[in-house]
Write a protein that binds this ligand. Structure first.
Ligand code: SF4
Length: 710
């Protein structure tokens, strides 16, 4: 079967399962229920020594500690490591099945190339040396003409990240790019309010009293699941509060102490209204007037957002806004935004206003608030978020294999590429939706098969670093990223021959810095790096499943200067407090999904099958509508509709769901059901490509119409 770019874009992981090289016939999963009734066909399980290896899940940046149960050294089950500082003793549903990934039926069996740029161009095999030669020519051409060469690294802070930056430095115009959104968006918004002088920081959840979350899925795939679980369990007894502000009764909203169901798009107005209460009732931090040069302008702005008019705009009771404001001001507290894996960030102005609440109440640089972190193990190189890269500027883009677990529209990437002549290379183990964006697919090591590294967890209060050694033998067809950079450049000297040597050198550098501690694999023993004899000792401890933890730096409160408002606050706030209207057919389209489970190629086929059959999670192609909205449109549960936006249309299957606000259509972004016939239903990228891209690169809310398919 010939795969086209359109096939991958629309159906990745659904109807095309099994078309790529696979050592394990996942089709047999469909027959498991038959096997149980026909014992002669039951597969024989391997027999041998049972062992447990300490490792980490690398499917998302949380990097949770894992005990891998093995038979004959082959992992067959993943368990969390209780009390471990990385992960906190729990795994999410995606990580629980991470050991299936080496057998994923969408594994690439060799380098592949698209025959052209169009949606109908075919994916065909290409010899590695031919792909390397063509990519090298594209890089040379970009270099000669001064066009931009870029690397997209969704896991910055690794040793390979620094190597990418060194590789790029040889090109006259280059860009080191990170993903458009993530757990740390509140931190990056605060850094912008400090004009970039703020040290690295994280959330001190363990000592906080109130978390005020604007749509961040705090209890459902945000940060490290075990850590947040530990913070919020028994919280009534601990006096900890979670306030969730979002339109949908999500798992986090359902588990929160207070839920403010606001109309989509009114987050900035609600945040300003919370600030209004805090300022009017003088609940802000002592000395705030003197600490912030723009306090007068801030006060003038927030005074326009009294809870009563905002209540009418946002559709939430004014008392609820007042209650949230008073609880938040009674710190230590943390206000955070975003982190929704498919919907991306809130608009920039809303993010800044929400981040500014932390400054107003003096929670930045304080225990229980947003605390500064030690330097990372690997120096974090300056990066540009994808949305901030100039449009039509990138001639050659290399996409690293590591995934953030979050999605972004292909249209956002396409906007940044030089039309027609750009070359995009994806280094990755599996065919995913991102593969449809590339011109060359070069197989890289997958989970459990190659050397990997885990840099500091975004949002964690301390920096960390871990090395993940292979549990399974590597495949012969994969290309190491270090070797790839050397081969395509021709002149680049990585200084090491492969990733293992690169990480080994990192252990030597950690030892030379003599900072931090190494925590043993079971989390029980901590050894100061300064007391270790050599880099080899550090390396051995890391390879045995230990991890490096940094220390909290001594940064005096007030040593970092902030503004409460971004420079263009007035225009940004005016735009982001615009009410979004809807009527019987017009709705607000909101994409949503679970981190790490947005593409069938990135999740174990068993887990995507569970999505499909359990209804515990909405599978890709589902459109959730409130009963009132469904009735106004005249559609019943499970009927097909057409969703239309200014960017196009797609079909979806309706699920009537009272947890969705009237006038809102929540579209699930992946994974697609396995082994379904080719359908016209809304697929992952179809949802995201229907979303309007705002000038600040966000796509959270889009006006749409819904029509019944007759
Ligand atoms: S949160 Fe991320 S790292 Fe942790 S188990 Fe889930 S996928 Fe793995």
């Amino acid at each position: 079967m010939k795969l086209t770019r359109r096939d991958i874009l629309r159906f990745a992981g659904g109807s095309i399962l099994g078309t790529m090289c696979t050592p394990l016939p996942w089709k047999l999963l469909d027959d498991s229920s038959i096997w149980t009734q026909n014992w002669s066909l039951t597969p024989t399980l391997p027999r041998g020594a049972m062992t447990t290896r300490s490792t980490f899940c690398t499917l998302c940046p949380a990097g949770c500690a894992v005990g891998a149960r093995c038979v004959n050294s082959v992992p067959f089950a993943f368990d969390a490591v209780p009390g471990h500082p990385l992960g906190g003793g729990a795994l999410c549903p995606v990580g629980l099945a991470a050991h299936h990934m080496p057998y994923h039926s969408l594994r690439l069996d060799g380098p592949q190339q698209f025959s052209g740029k169009g949606a109908d161009s075919h994916l065909t095999a290409i010899a590695l040396q031919d792909a390397i030669a063509q990519i090298r020519a594209a890089l040379a051409s970009a270099s000669a003409s001064g066009a931009t060469v870029a690397v997209l690294d969704q896991r910055p802070g690794r040793a390979i990240s620094a190597l990418y930056q060194r590789f790029l430095a040889a090109y006259p115009s280059h860009a080191y790019i990170t993903a458009p959104a993530g757990t740390d968006e509140t931190i990056t918004s605060l850094a912008a309010l400090s004009n970039g002088t703020m040290p690295d920081a994280g959330f001190d959840l363990e000592h906080t009293r109130t978390v005020l979350s604007f749509g961040a899925p705090v209890l459902d795939g945000w940060g490290q699941p075990g850590r947040t679980q530990a913070v919020f369990v028994d919280r009534a007894a601990k006096g900890v509060k979670l306030i969730q502000i979002e339109s949908h009764r999500s798992r986090t909203a359902a588990g929160a102490d207070l839920w403010l169901p606001i109309r989509p798009g009114t987050e900035a107005a609600v945040a300003l209204s919370i600030a209004n209460v805090i300022v009017r009732e003088s609940l802000y931090a002592p000395g705030a007037e003197r600490s912030f040069a723009d306090f007068a302008a801030y006060r003038e702005l927030v005074m326009r957002y009294h809870p009563h008019p905002v209540s009418a705009l946002a559709g939430v009771a004014p008392d609820a806004i007042v209650q949230a404001a008073r609880a938040f001001a009674h710190g230590p507290s943390i206000a955070l935004s975003g982190g929704e894996a498919a919907a991306g960030s809130l608009p920039q102005a809303a993010r800044s206003i929400i981040a500014g609440l932390n400054l107003l109440c003096g929670t930045v640089g304080r225990e229980g608030g947003i605390v500064y972190r030690d330097e990372a193990a690997t120096p974090v190189v300056p990066a540009t978020r994808l949305q901030d890269v100039p449009d039509r500027s990138i001639r050659v883009l290399i996409m690293d294999a590591a995934e953030s677990g979050e999605a972004f529209p292909a249209g956002l990437l396409e906007k940044k590429l030089v039309p027609d002549t750009s070359v995009v290379v994806l280094l990755g183990p599996t065919l995913t939706v991102r593969s449809s964006m590339a011109d060359y697919l070069i197989p890289a090591s997958g989970a459990l098969e190659g050397w990997e590294e885990l840099p500091s967890v975004p949002g964690a209060p301390v920096t960390s670093y871990a090395v993940v050694s292979p549990l399974l033998p590597g495949r012969t067809n994969v290309t190491d990223p270090v070797a790839f950079l050397t081969a395509v450049s021709g002149s680049f000297d990585a200084g090491v021959k492969d990733t293992q040597e690169l990480l080994r050198r990192r252990a030597d550098e950690l030892h030379a810095a003599k900072r931090g501690t190494i925590v043993s694999a079971d989390g029980a023993v901590r050894t100061a790096v300064a007391s270790m004899a050599s880099g080899g000792e550090v390396w051995d401890a890391l390879v045995a499943g230990g991890c490096w933890l940094g220390e909290s730096p001594a940064v005096k409160p007030g040593a970092v200067r902030f503004a409460l408002l971004p420079a263009d606050a007035e225009a940004g706030v005016a735009e982001s407090t615009r009410p979004i209207t809807s009527d019987s057919r017009n709705v607000v389209l909101e994409p949503f999904g679970m981190r790490g489970a947005l593409s069938t190629g990135a999740i174990s086929p068993i887990m995507s099958k569970i999505f499909q059959e359990s209804n515990l999670r909405a599978a890709g192609g589902s459109l959730l509508l409130n009963p009132a909205t469904a009735s106004a449109i005249g559609v019943a549960d499970r009927s097909m509709v057409t969703v239309k936006t200014a960017r196009g249309s797609a079909k979806a299957r309706v699920y009537v769901d009272a947890s969705v606000m009237p006038g809102v259509a929540r579209a699930a972004v992946g994974p697609l059901p396995n082994q379904t016939p080719v359908s016209e239903e809304l697929g992952m990228t179809a949802v995201l490509e229907l979303c309007t891209l705002r000038p600040d690169g966000t796509w959270r809310y889009t006006d749409a119409t819904i029509e019944k398919v007759s």
